[in-house]
Design a protein around this ligand. Structure first.
Ligand code: ADP
Ligand code: ADP
Length: 214
């Protein structure tokens, strides 16, 4: 089962993606997590991605397509995967669909998490993220121990500062929103999930949206 999660930064893709992955027994793959781990380790990929991420810009498509291929072909994803933020531009969507066909796989659903801009800014400005397992939190301060991972510390992401947040929302409107239309034009229905409300309610809406896709 391959499920693509779309939605603006702060909509809850990471939070809900984790819950869906647990429920379905498949991994969640998030390009943002791949890049943050690479930046932390100081690998060449991390060094390249860092400059874009800190400004809130997108990493070039050529880099993403390689990561996408590795992810789709990995043993972990043999049964399926929740792909969080992996597709963010029209060329990435086209490359992704081509790869899925090449690998003899099927894209089962595209979920679009929706929230208004005021709520997105509020969430992102209050978000802390574990530097080990990448789980996002709200209401926990930077420096606190991660409740989930061993030895993880919560940090405020550099791209969760006000200027980078503004730029990420602009980049989302300009480069990622057209992806929704692109999928629809190719006959892939987009399942819209109202991402405002308690976590359990949003999860229930996402599960219902997935059921409607089958
Ligand atoms: P958020 O969850 O706030 O949307 P992510 O953690 O998914 O943010 O991504 C963080 C950053 O990583 C993005 O702002 C971008 O710089 C980079 N990134 C992640 N996925 C992609 C992608 N598919 N294409 C280009 N850049 C990406
Ligand atoms: P994304 O991956 O789409 O950028 P995250 O899952 O990282 O979004 O969530 C962004 C922030 O909003 C996090 O601090 C998270 O704890 C919080 N959050 C997620 N879902 C909700 C919700 N339904 N209501 C309130 N806050 C939420």
């Amino acid at each position: 089962m391959l499920i693509v999660l779309l939605g603006p930064p702060g909509a809850g893709k990471g939070t809900q993606g984790e819950r869906l992955a647990e429920r379905l027994g498949i991994p969640k793959i998030a390009t943002g997590d791949v890049f943050r781990a690479a930046v932390k380790e100081g690998t060449p990929l991390g060094l390249e991605a860092k400059q874009y991420m800190e400004r809130g810009d997108l990493v070039p498509d050529s880099v993403i397509l390689g990561i996408m291929r590795d992810a789709l072909a990995s043993k972990d994803a043999a049964k399926g995967a929740i792909l969080d933020g992996v597709v963010r531009t029209v060329p990435q969507a086209a490359g992704f669909c081509e790869m899925v066909t090449e690998l003899g796989r099927k894209l089962d659903a595209v979920l679009l998490f929706e929230a208004n801009e005021e709520e997105l800014v509020r969430r992102l400005s209050g978000r802390t993220t574990c530097d080990v397992c990448q789980t996002p939190y709200t209401g926990l301060e930077p420096g606190a121990a991660c409740p989930k991972s061993d030895g993880g510390t919560l940090v405020r992401r550099k791209d969760d500062d006000p200027e980078a947040i503004r730029n990420r929302l602009k980049v989302y409107h300009e480069q990622t929103e057209p992806v929704v239309n692109w999928f629809e034009l190719r006959g892939m229905p987009i399942r819209r999930v109202d991402a405002i409300g308690p976590l359990d309610e949003v999860t229930a809406r996402a599960v219902a949206a997935l059921d409607a896709s089958n």
